[in-house]
Design a protein around this ligand. Structure first.
Ligand SMILES: N[C@@H](CCC(=O)N[C@@H](CS)C(=O)NCC(=O)O)C(=O)O
Length: 204
């Protein structure tokens, strides 16, 4: 199996899972600032021109959440459990992609990506709008996490890897995480995993 990735948000959760499960994958790093993800060979695999993409023999898979499920299953783990919890996990994937990642991702873009790729200062209006949405969504997450260790059931799952993906950047991206103690506690649990804090493979 081979993962095409870069050291940015969507591939981060996949790399964290691979490291957590100690899966023997081959990695191909793409330099986004050189447009390597827009070259014809890569677009033939992923017509979106985005990372990550997983290739397993004839199977090509894009969308990080789908890759999480595939790797959790083929890695012999119980992080994508084969029962009704799958519906809860898909519910969190969907909520995240429509809501939480939109606000956390916007703050990540304004504070992390703009400075990394030298594309200007944070846009104050965009930051304020994203912080407002972040607060209303984090409140929902915070209420759900009361009396729950992880997002779904009693155990870590791919939902945790997915929904928390912006939170390692909370301080740098000015996410008001400290206002939400359950979210904070949940993310602290993830941060106790070395694979969560340091997910990307060594590059030659
Ligand atoms: N929904 C996709 C999002 C993938 C995505 O937006 N990847 C970003 C990095 S976080 C990317 O490749 N950006 C480069 C570009 O759009 O040119 C997933 O979860 O895999």
């Amino acid at each position: 199996m081979k993962l095409y990735y870069s050291d940015v948000l969507a591939p981060r959760k996949v790399c964290a899972l691979i490291k957590y499960l100690k899966l023997p994958l081959e990695f191909a790093y793409l330099q986004l600032d050189k447009g390597e993800h827009k070259k014809p060979d890569y677009l033939a695999l992923n017509p979106n021109g985005k990372v990550p993409t997983l290739v397993d023999g004839d199977k090509v898979l894009w969308e990080a959440d789908a890759i999480l499920c595939y790797l959790a299953k083929h890695g012999g783990s119980d992080l994508w459990p084969g029962d009704d919890r799958q519906a809860d996990i898909v519910s969190w994937f969907s909520w995240n992609s429509q809501h939480f990642i939109q606000s956390g991702g916007a703050l990540y873009f304004e504070f992390v990506i703009k400075s990394r790729f030298n594309i200007g200062p944070p846009d104050t209006a965009a930051v304020e709008k994203a912080k407002k949405s972040f607060r209303s969504q984090a409140k929902i997450l915070n209420n759900h996490l009361k009396n729950r260790k992880w997002l779904v059931g009693e155990q870590l799952s791919v939902a945790d890897f997915s929904v928390a993906v912006t939170l390692p950047y909370a301080a740098k991206a000015e996410m008001p995480l400290n206002e939400f103690p359950e979210v904070r506690r949940w993310h602290d649990q993830l941060s106790a995993l070395e694979s969560w804090l340091d997910p990307f493979p060594q590059r030659a």
